[in-house]
Ligand binder design. Structure first.
Ligand SMILES: Cc1ncc(COP(=O)(O)O)c(C=O)c1O
Length: 462
């Protein structure tokens, strides 16, 4: 039952329409219709809206609520930390207990020698920090011309200037009329090219092709998501990340892993790169570090990198956010990681991958428009095709993926459509506390929604 009467709901909707500029939203649609749903509560995998309707949050909101909604423990540690030391800065070599504890904890779970942490308030800030760090590093090493960053096509790295420029999705570039210089984009997942296969017609678009064309002396770093998330949950071929690691080593280029989605158990390992035993030089983390309960991000760097920076420069490291190492955010992160580990949520993600895959198989057998299912841990996706046998996609005007999202929403299930480049991808990334039965329920709702979509789009000519 809703605690909100119609008048209150209408007032909230109108105030939202009047005063709230929504992120990543069609502003026209918002102005015409107001917000789609207004949520008031969360528990486990569920969100409840002002009407009292309960939805399955199958994207963990923004791929971030890993431990699920409504965990009172996080509020309690935040309140305790605020009562003790809500905020203090780490500028000018000051410190506090909670950031030290979090750094020690993170060092025990990050791969290899990534044992040193710089803190931010989110993924974009982490990526921009990584870009400045690698350029600073090469400058300090006497190689100031090493400044170009190579990202991948369809990659998403965030919305600050560097992160947007590194992103390989043109809609994010087109939103503005000026981007940061020295960012290049390579075709994703061309493993053979990265190993040196020049006979491939895509060689010049590969990371290796670009490095060899531009000259390795001009390239500072390569940034990759272990699994591309917002670009449509694109899992790389088995030995791709190893190929990129080798390539970076061969040419003396730093490798940055953007673990903003993959980190903290999402893929069935603590970090995405752990699936391939690759250790990057820098790792950007955010989202799952606090499960979204409070903003926090970080860049993990190797001790080697820190040592070489501290050896070559007596100067101040001129980079720091007011909220770098925010005590309350650090306290929440510590509790969040404790819950992830105590409740074995990474293992849960790994174990339930097969349940999700089984559900996908069922959907594939039942629905002819369902195709290309994939999942790693609890990060999954599938695609909608007009004719999957003949590989004919739906025409963009049919808005198949967007319509499926609406059908799901009607049935109280929240999923994400990825339609860049004419794709009709549906992404799933449920909280890691989800159970087998809840996944089966989710698959049933998806099936009913796909059936409704089939009736509305499949046999209609546009
Ligand atoms: C892989 C990746 N990197 C970076 C970001 C940006 O993070 P934020 O939105 O916290 O700035 C995102 C956000 O979705 C992401 O998915």
């Amino acid at each position: 039952m809703s605690k909100y009467n119609e008048e209150t709901i209408n007032k909230l909707r109108e105030l939202d329409r009047r005063h709230y500029l929504h992120p990543t939203t069609s502003l026209k649609e918002h102005q015409e219709n107001g917000p789609k749903r207004i949520f008031t509560e969360g528990k486990g995998i569920y969100l409840t809206d002002v009407n009292g309707d309960q939805y399955i949050d199958a994207l963990s909101s923004l791929w971030n609520v890993n431990i699920g909604h409504g965990r009172k423990e996080l509020g309690e540690v935040a309140s305790k930390q605020m009562g003790k030391l809500a905020y203090s800065s780490s500028f000018n070599n000051l410190s506090h207990e909670t950031v030290i504890q979090l750094s020690e904890k993170l060092a025990t779970i990050t791969p290899g020698d990534l044992n040193v942490f710089f803190y931010t308030s989110g993924g974009s800030e982490s990526n921009d920090t990584a870009f400045k760090l690698v350029r600073h590093y090469w400058k300090m090493k006497g190689k100031p011309e090493k400044k170009k960053i190579i990202g991948l096509e369809r990659a998403y790295h965030g919305i600050t200037m560097g992160a947007t420029s590194a992103t390989g999705i043109k809609q994010f570039h087109n939103m503005t009329n000026s981007l940061a210089p020295d960012f290049l984009h390579a075709a994703a997942h061309k493993t053979n090219c990265e190993y040196g296969d020049k006979s491939d017609s895509d060689f010049s678009r590969s990371i290796r092709g670009i490095i060899e064309n531009e000259g390795p002396e001009s390239i500072a770093a390569v940034i990759v998501e272990p699994i591309q998330g917002a670009g449509g949950v694109i899992i790389p071929p088995e030995d791709y990340l190893e190929a990129v690691r080798e390539l970076c080593d061969q040419y003396g280029i730093l490798m940055i892993a953007d673990e903003v989605i993959c980190g903290f158990g999402r893929t069935g390992k603590m970090f995405g790169v752990d699936n391939w035993n690759v250790v990057p030089d820098l790792m950007c983390i955010a989202k799952g570090i606090t499960s979204g309960y409070i903003p926090l991000g970080a860049v993990a760097i190797s001790e080697r990198l820190r040592d070489s920076l501290s050896e070559v420069s007596n100067d101040v490291f001129f980079h720091g956010f007011t909220y770098s190492g925010h005590p309350t955010a650090c306290a929440v992160a510590l509790k969040n990681i404790e819950i992830l580990q105590k409740e074995k949520l990474t293992e849960n993600a790994r174990n339930l991958e097969s349940v999700l895959q089984k559900g996908f198989k069922y959907l594939e057998e039942k629905h002819s428009i369902f195709t290309k299912p994939r999942a790693k841990g609890l990060l999954g996706a599938f695609e909608l095709f007009e004719d999957r046998e003949e590989n004919i996609p739906f025409a963009p005007e049919k808005m198949a993926a967007q319509k499926l999202v609406e059908e799901c929403l009607t049935r109280k299930l929240i999923v994400r459509a990825v339609t860049f480049g004419g794709t009709n991808i549906i992404a799933l990334s449920p909280p890691l506390v989800i159970t087998r039965v809840e996944i089966e329920n989710l698959i049933d709702i998806l099936s009913n929604s796909i059936q409704a979509l089939e009736k509305s789009v499949k046999f209609q000519s546009v």
